[in-house]
Design a protein around this ligand. Structure first.
Ligand code: ADP
Length: 481
């Protein structure tokens, strides 16, 4: 089974969120189950700076897109059985950031990622990797699916190739003016409601949903939610019409990478049987954020984009009351300016109890997963969510809103049965969040209950094995269709 993975970010090369984690880890597990996978991503400045031993694959290649001949090169890097190909066109990708600056998205994103998708398909041909499945992720790679349909329709190299399109977050749709269609080499006739038009703009994500053989999203519950007006971001009707080929497959965790017993980035290692190291991580976390912990009171953590989706407005509203419950809180995140300003002011006021770092920092993130008692995720919606899974692996008990993958992966604690791995609330509002956090704070005060919670969280199994098998089953089914 030959599978070509196309993603705009892949861990450990470049990452802004969960997509990179999935695109970096799922291929390894597919390979372990016998698939042959090649991953394709752009050669960003961030990748260049890592000074990896990149192997030149194509030099002075060219493709024509929108009437322009665009030169590019391709490099490769091999790790854990997966070869990643990097598409190099400095004009598009040698920039400070992946998608844009704080002032906004790069204005040529449609062209940048259209080009990336075209070049990835051409690279498969150049290296003789004839895929059974082209698996494209999010709007940045969605054009690949449209190219297969409209540019490579009679192309013998791709004859028989099927496509899978995965939606990691329906809210990011890649909306552009209609002039991008000719600019990225797609027929202008696709600018109609039944194809790519969406309220007067071109919707790139629609290409992935409409033209792929199968569509997947990253949890079973989110696959149902996105078919409703509340979560459908204007595409629920289209998704309902594709319900027959839409699959919800829960993301997994690479437990080799996310293991408190071996993680080199946390202050001290530990394992379920001996949590002394976790205590040391907690102390180091408090020191790092300048907190004075109160005996018997829990330390809660968040690692998150500072965005409305993640329920940060709810946290801001509930902050005084949360701290009033006696817990300490640390937040690591980047994003919305207004949220940053609000949190920074609150941090000044409650410096001993509330710590804040505005940064994207893997080491601090992992120190929070390891050193916290409670992990807070009050998302308004959450396609899958990986941070609750990482937190659980590190013995940190999640308090989450019951939505999307959070609902699929967290089970409310039942003290009588010593069952469950966290706490959930239904409505996205300060009151219900505070009720759930109060239950967590109370359980923290009952050592036997807390031990059961930590044990259950650490033994929850979100390894990729089963999900990778489900993806393979889907590939095999559509390849045979
Ligand atoms: P999303 O992709 O919607 O942001 P996920 O839960 O799927 O949310 O994945 C988030 C990923 O990004 C996790 O690996 C998390 O640890 C990481 N992350 C988010 N914010 C930061 C940050 N400020 N610093 C380091 N890692 C972060």
């Amino acid at each position: 089974m030959k599978v070509a993975f196309l993603a705009s970010e892949v861990n450990p090369y470049a990452k802004t969120g969960g997509l990179a984690d999935v695109a970096g880890s799922l291929p390894k597990f597919l390979v372990r189950q016998g698939a042959e996978v090649r991953t394709f991503m752009p050669l960003y400045r961030e990748v260049r700076k890592k000074s990896l031993p990149l192997e030149p694959v194509l030099d002075k290649a060219k493709l024509t897109m929108g009437g322009r001949s665009i030169p590019y090169a391709v490099f490769a890097h091999r790790a854990e059985g997966v070869t990643t190909f990097f598409v190099d066109h400095p004009g598009y990708f040698d920039r400070d950031a992946l998608y844009g600056t704080p002032a906004g998205d790069y204005p040529d994103n449609a062209e940048r990622f259209g080009f990336f998708s075209r070049a990835a398909l051409e690279t498969m041909r150049a290296v003789g990797f004839r895929p059974a499945i082209v698996h494209a992720h999010d709007w940045q790679a969605a054009a690949a699916v449209a190219y297969l349909r409209f540019v490579h329709a009679g192309d013998p190299f791709f004859s028989g190739a099927r496509s899978v399109f995965t939606i990691h977050n329906l809210a990011y749709q890649g909306l552009f003016g209609k002039e991008v269609l000719p600019a990225i080499g797609l027929p202008e006739s696709l600018f109609n409601m039944n194809d790519l038009e969406f309220f007067g703009q071109v919707n790139t994500l629609k290409a992935g949903i409409l033209y792929s053989t199968a569509v997947t999203t990253v949890s079973p519950r989110y696959s149902r939610e996105i078919q409703t007006p509340e979560f459908g971001c204007g595409l629920d009707g289209l998704l309902r019409s594709r319900a027959g080929v839409l699959h919800g497959i829960l993301n997994g965790v690479d437990y080799q990478d996310w293991d408190p017993a071996t993680d080199p980035l946390i202050p001290r290692n530990y394992a379920p049987g001996d949590l002394a190291g976790k205590k040391a991580c907690r102390e180091e976390l408090a020191r790092l954020f300048g907190l004075a912990l109160q005996p018997g009171r829990p330390l809660a953590g968040m690692v998150t984009r500072l965005a409305g989706q993640k329920g940060l407005d709810i946290v801001c509203e509930a902050l005084e009351a949360l701290l009033g419950q006696g817990l300490s809180l640390v937040i690591l995140g980047t994003g919305d300016r207004k949220i940053q300003d609000f949190l920074a002011a609150a941090q000044k006021k409650h410096a001993a109890q509330f710590g804040l770092k505005i940064a994207f920092d893997e080491k601090i993130a992992r120190t929070i997963y390891a050193g916290s008692d409670i992990f807070l995720i009050p998302s308004r919606y959450e396609p899958c969510g990986l941070t609750q899974m990482y937190a659980m692996r590190y013995g940190t008990v999640p308090v989450v809103r019951a939505t999307g993958g959070l609902d699929d992966s967290v089970e409310e604690f039942d003290a009588a049965a010593a069952a469950g791995n966290g706490f959930k609330f239904a409505e996205a509002a300060p009151g219900p969040l505070l009720e759930a956090s109060a239950r967590a704070v109370a359980a923290f005060g009952r050592p036997a209950d807390w031990s059961a919670l930590v044990r259950n969280a650490m033994s929850a199994d979100f390894s990729w094995g089963r999900s990778a098998e489900t993806y393979l089953g889907l590939y095999e089914m559509i390849a045979a269709s």
